[in-house]
Design a protein around this ligand. Structure first.
Ligand code: PLP
Length: 374
């Protein structure tokens, strides 16, 4: 095709992100009446009536463009985290923010460090900008090897992606490890430390842990730090696409300059504002997930299934002796969607999102059935 000649080569070879299928399309495809989705780390408790009310009240106004600067939402974030508005940026999900950062900073001359078994969107953003991804193995306990990362940095290292807690392992690195890591980073050929893009999509779950870092405290001493958070997970707004981040004023300005002018839609803005003010819903969600994780750990132990202890709202567990993808397919036929881990280079693992108790029970029932037949 002639058109192929004019698409950028990197786009011709680009492998798209494979998102899970919707429940409705799977119901049709598999001829099942009941399907439960435990695949994308959403909050099964959904959104509170306060958030629903905010969306309802603002629904008739959707014929207006959104507030391009999302002033109200930024002010609410600024109040909650006690940071100036100038240090806060927003995007249509962290997915968009990751790409915006890549577009601001990455070129074909740069090396960007990522870790094996971490969120796949980083590598995609790096590839899109034709930069080089340098992949560092994780430690045996499936946590980031921050010392190895610091040692790997060279004059070409423009940035480092770190997910804390990590998806899909659910593991985390401590405050102490981060302090040492940030201190140890050396200057690159631009005489600056590499950017550290710290993705904290599951921050609210992990923040219950004592030595999990409150990374906002690192910002002052580390102008190379960019923190990403999202409304898609504990806040239950995955469908509205809204995320935020904290960084120095200079970095924030660059992201602001190149972002699409109306990237965060008006319903997302009001819903996010209502959600951050609804502390009770967050506490309820944290408690729920803690309780259900305990239940799943106990059931895994009864079934002699090896799992990785998680500080987030999902659990990575061994699919042995089946391949992860086989277990995924068998569970799918039983109406339970989890996530196979081939794309994360964990072919003998699967990841399950913590659902409602009745969903978790059904998942265990189907898992037991599969394990016993095999
Ligand atoms: C670590 C991590 N970062 C970012 C995202 C994307 O989140 P968002 O919905 O804000 O684009 C996810 C979603 O699964 C994630 O696990």
């Amino acid at each position: 095709m002639e058109i192929e000649k004019i698409a950028r080569r990197v786009c011709q070879n680009f492998k798209p992100y494979i998102a899970g299928k919707s429940i409705e399309s799977l119901k049709k495809e598999l001829g099942l009446r009941l399907i439960i989705k435990l695949a994308s780390n959403e909050n099964p408790l959904g959104i509170s009536h306060k958030v629903i009310k905010a969306i309802r009240v603002n629904l008739p106004k959707v014929f207006f463009y959104p507030d391009s600067n999302a002033c109200e939402l930024k002010k609410n974030l600024s109040d909650k985290y006690v940071l100036p508005v100038d240090n806060i940026f927003l995007g249509a999900g962290s997915d968009e923010i990751i790409e915006l950062i890549a577009r601001v900073f990455f070129t074909h001359e740069d090396e960007i460090i990522i870790s094996k078994h971490s969120f796949t969107r980083y590598a995609m953003a790096i590839q899109l900008m034709e930069a080089k991804a340098v992949v560092i193995p994780m430690r045996n306990d499936l946590t980031y090897d921050l010392r190895a990362i610091a040692k790997t940095c060279n004059k070409h290292t423009k940035a480092i992606f770190i997910t804390n807690p990590n998806n899909p392992t659910g593991t985390y690195n401590t405050k102490h490890e981060f302090l040492e890591f940030l201190e140890n980073l050396t200057l690159n050929k631009f005489s600056v430390k590499p950017l550290v893009i710290l993705d904290e999509a599951y921050f609210e779950y992990a923040s219950l842990i004592k030595d999990y870092p409150n990374s906002i405290n690192f910002l002052e001493r580390n102008p190379n730090l960019i923190i990403l958070r999202t409304f898609s997970k504990i806040y239950g707004l995955a469908g509205l696409r809204v995320a935020y981040g904290f960084a120095s004023k200079i970095i924030t300005n660059y992201i602001e300059k190149i972002r699409p002018p109306f990237n965060v839609n008006s319903l997302a803005q009001v819903a996010a504002s209502a959600a951050i003010m609804d502390e009770m819903q967050i506490i309820k969600s944290q408690k729920y997930v803690e309780k259900e994780k305990k239940y799943l750990y106990e059931e895994f132990s009864k079934l002699k299934i090896k799992y990785v202890k998680s500080v987030a709202n999902f659990i990575l567990f061994s699919s042995l002796p089946l391949k992860g993808n086989e277990l995924f397919k068998k569970l799918l036929r039983e109406g339970v969607i989890i996530r196979a881990m081939d794309e994360y280079e964990l072919p003998f693992y699967v990841r399950v999102t913590i659902g409602l108790h009745k969903e978790n029970k059904l998942f265990i029932k189907k898992l037991r059935k599969i394990i016993c037949i095999k």
